[in-house]
Design a protein around this ligand. Structure first.
Ligand SMILES: N[C@@H](CCC(=O)N[C@@H](CS)C(=O)NCC(=O)O)C(=O)O
Length: 252
């Protein structure tokens, strides 16, 4: 069995009909990757951004989260996307779930520049801030769910306070400095949700957070980030918020 992503320089040639193909020295055998996805999910985008940063081919299977197919429920222990199916030659397909785990797996196995730093302490710090991003997304969800002024004000204050904690952590232009890293891949989808809302309802979240403001603009301009969602993301996101009668989109 060929181990995935290991150099194949000394791998045996494969022959068919008298013609033999010898893997290039240093070439890598990638597993087949299928991302089970939902078009607007911020957690899915983490994996998509990582895959696009590395320029690796992958398949996407979209599912309807409001009507999850049986095959998905059978492979997804938590019934959530993203799920990554990894098919290696000679092995049964493997199923990975939880976006932070998928992100780490992709980073450890795909060729190209790593998103996580080499230094264990720096890497652990990135993991801490990735965990924190879950709370930011939770606050954003509450903002979208608020149905009246009181709920909206409370959610907006909570989100602003949560973001303010990040302000001194951002080195710029990216989170950890000059290089795009795993934390960038994780926060870009959260900022995208804010940007979508702000196309119709300015939130003023970054007025006193200049580092975050510059950071989110840098991320929005990054190709891997831009290409991580369908072109009609803003419409889709706003439609979902309108469907839940979100106060954030109303005149106030
Ligand atoms: N902790 C999970 C969160 C994933 C998540 O909440 N995904 C949402 C879509 S954005 C989902 O699948 N929700 C379906 C459900 O909860 O039933 C991760 O990081 O992968």
């Amino acid at each position: 069995m060929t181990s995935p992503l290991t150099p194949l320089g000394d791998a045996a040639a494969t022959c068919e009909g008298g013609v033999c193909a010898v893997p290039e020295a240093g070439a890598v055998a990638l597993p087949r990757l299928t991302l089970i996805s939902f078009p607007t999910c911020p957690y899915v985008q983490r994996a998509v951004i990582a895959l696009k940063e590395r320029g690796v081919d992958f398949q996407v299977t979209y599912i309807d989260l409001a009507n999850k197919p049986d095959w998905f429920l059978q492979i997804s222990p938590l019934g959530k996307v993203p799920v990554l199916k990894v098919e290696r030659d000679g092995d049964d397909p493997a199923i990975l779930f939880e976006s932070a785990v998928i992100l780490a797996y992709l980073d450890e196995t795909l060729p190209g520049d790593r998103l996580f730093p080499d230094d264990p302490l720096d890497r652990a710090r990135q993991r801490s801030w990735i965990e924190y991003a879950g709370s930011v997304l939770g606050d954003l969800w509450k903002l979208g769910q608020a149905k009246d002024a009181e709920g909206f004000d409370a959610a907006l204050t909570a989100l602003r306070d949560r973001l303010a904690v990040l302000e001194p952590e951002v080195k710029g232009p990216f989170f950890a400095g000059q290089r795009f890293s795993a934390v960038d891949a994780v926060y870009a989808p959260a900022f995208r949700q804010i940007d979508a809302i702000e196309t119709v309802a300015p939130l003023g979240l970054f007025a006193d957070l200049p580092r975050l403001d510059a950071w989110r603009r840098e991320l929005a301009a990054r190709r891997s980030v831009r290409d991580a969602v369908p072109a009609d993301f803003v419409d889709r996101h706003l439609t979902r918020l309108r469907a839940s009668d979100a106060y954030v989109l109303k005149d106030h």
